[in-house]
Design a protein around this ligand. Structure first.
Ligand code: URA
Ligand code: CA
Length: 433
């Protein structure tokens, strides 16, 4: 089978078979198929798309290109959650202990932040002592003992995806829905998930800015998951403004603690209950979404959720006293208010540029190698739709330098205030099962 024949087949609208896709992925990973042929293939896929069978076969070929985590030593249905990425998205910090508190086993691999979006591992590392350097055996025994553990993404997973993503990045082929969907799903499946809940974001701060594209991506991922025997559900959620109030690592840990105590921001709480209910149902612990939501609310009200968070932090070396004394978390030297220049209603808070403003303070990485400042970030005091009076604080900048003029102007430019009342975008706009 010559690679050029596969490229022309796809170019002309044909369907690649499972064995053809396997050969392509294997050959590319091992280096017998060169970058120039794979980039032609990626471009052919970009224009021709992929059939449902092709997408599922590509996903599984990438899963088998590297290590596959075996979670069979943990009893129960291992449900993973994946977010397509956003600004101030603190959901994993809340969800993991929350669903673990009702008996859903959480064996999670998370990533670090890059660009304007934050990463769960960075956020957790703002808890003094907390670390994710544990081996697979320890990981499984922690999940069996405590119901949850979080480790870093192993770099042995899905080498085919890593190589292909790098190629797509420089050949104008990132933005292909079947390629994005198989990339994301391959990583989830290789991390050992039996079932998957996807949080697909839309709006300014999201990877998919448009609702129709987000829906298409969600449907494509759900189809792949279900086709390969992993029950998958997608929730479409708004990322036109940051989620919750806090953006920044230690600030988001505080926000997660508040939410686990039942006093967190409304949008973050609602999203966690929705995603958490799906996880609880998929794990077979509740029969319906409503029953699951009740269990989760009870875990918050009774303190079980916050206790689970403490157990989890302690088990991974973290100082759990931060939960009762959040002032022990890294704290920035300067708190600077950004005041409203006029009265009215908040019309929009551009999520992506708020994420970039937090990155300028040092909360995020410009490149994979950059160091980050865990203490800094932004806390919003207003959300879209809220009334504001001139002079009122819109946000607090948490900085380790007093020179924040540029960040301040970015925040001011990102928050639009208008005279007429505003109805915010709904947080949730549907589910795909
Ligand atoms: N995120 C991924 O993991 N893969 C893509 O292709 C795009 C976004
Ligand atoms: Ca947040």
């Amino acid at each position: 089978m010559r690679t050029v024949d596969l490229i022309t087949k796809k170019r002309d609208g044909g369907e690649l078979s499972k064995s053809e896709i396997d050969a392509l992925v294997q050959g590319y990973t091992q280096g017998s198929i060169p970058d120039y042929q794979m980039s032609a293939m990626a471009m052919a896929i970009f224009f021709r798309g992929m059939t449902p069978d092709e997408r599922a076969n590509l996903t599984m070929a990438m899963v088998h290109s590297g290590e596959v985590i075996d979670l069979s030593g943990i009893s129960g249905v291992k449900v993973d959650k994946h977010s397509t990425g956003g600004v101030g998205d603190t959901t994993t910090l809340v969800l993991a202990p929350l669903v673990a508190a009702v008996g859903v086993p959480v064996a999670k691999m998370s990533g670090r932040g890059l660009g304007h979006t934050g990463g769960t591992i960075d956020k957790l590392e703002s808890v003094p002592g907390f670390h994710v350097e544990i081996d697979n055996e320890q990981f499984i025994s922690l999940v069996n003992r405590n119901g949850l553990a979080i480790i870093g993404q192993s770099d042995k997973l899905t080498p085919a995806d890593k190589k292909l993503y790098g190629l797509r990045d420089v050949t104008g082929t990132v933005n292909s829905i079947p390629l994005i969907a198989s990339s994301i799903m391959s990583k989830k499946i290789a991390s050992g998930a039996d079932a998957i809940v996807l949080d697909v974001k839309t709006g300014d701060g999201a990877f998919m800015k448009e609702m129709d594209e987000a829906k298409e991506l969600a449907a494509c991922m759900v189809d792949i998951g279900n086709r390969v025997g992993r029950r998958t559900i997608a929730v479409l959620s708004d990322m036109s403004q940051p989620l919750g109030n806090a953006i920044g690592n230690a600030l988001e840990v505080r926000e997660a603690i508040d939410t686990l105590r039942g006093v967190g921001p409304k949008d973050l709480t609602e999203l966690c209950l929705t995603l958490g209910s799906h996880m609880t149902v998929l794990a077979g612990i509740a029969a319906t979404q409503a029953e699951a939501a009740e269990l989760l609310k009870e875990a918050i009200a009774s303190g079980k959720a916050i206790e689970k968070f403490k157990t989890f932090l302690t088990a991974q070396g973290g100082d759990a006293s931060v939960v009762d004394e959040p002032s022990r978390l890294p704290t920035a030297s300067f708190q600077i208010e950004v005041k409203a220049e006029r009265s009215g209603y908040v019309a929009s808070i551009a999520a992506e540029s708020m994420g970039l403003a937090a990155m300028m303070l040092g909360a995020g990485r410009a490149t994979k190698e950059s160091a980050i400042d865990l203490a800094v970030g932004i806390v919003l005091h207003k959300k879209v739709g809220d009334p504001v009076t001139a002079g009122e604080s819109l946000a607090t900048i948490h900085a380790n330098s007093e020179e924040v003029a540029e960040v301040r102007s970015k925040i001011v430019a990102s928050i639009v205030i208008q005279d007429a009342p505003v109805t915010p975008q709904p947080l949730l706009s549907g589910e795909i099962v």
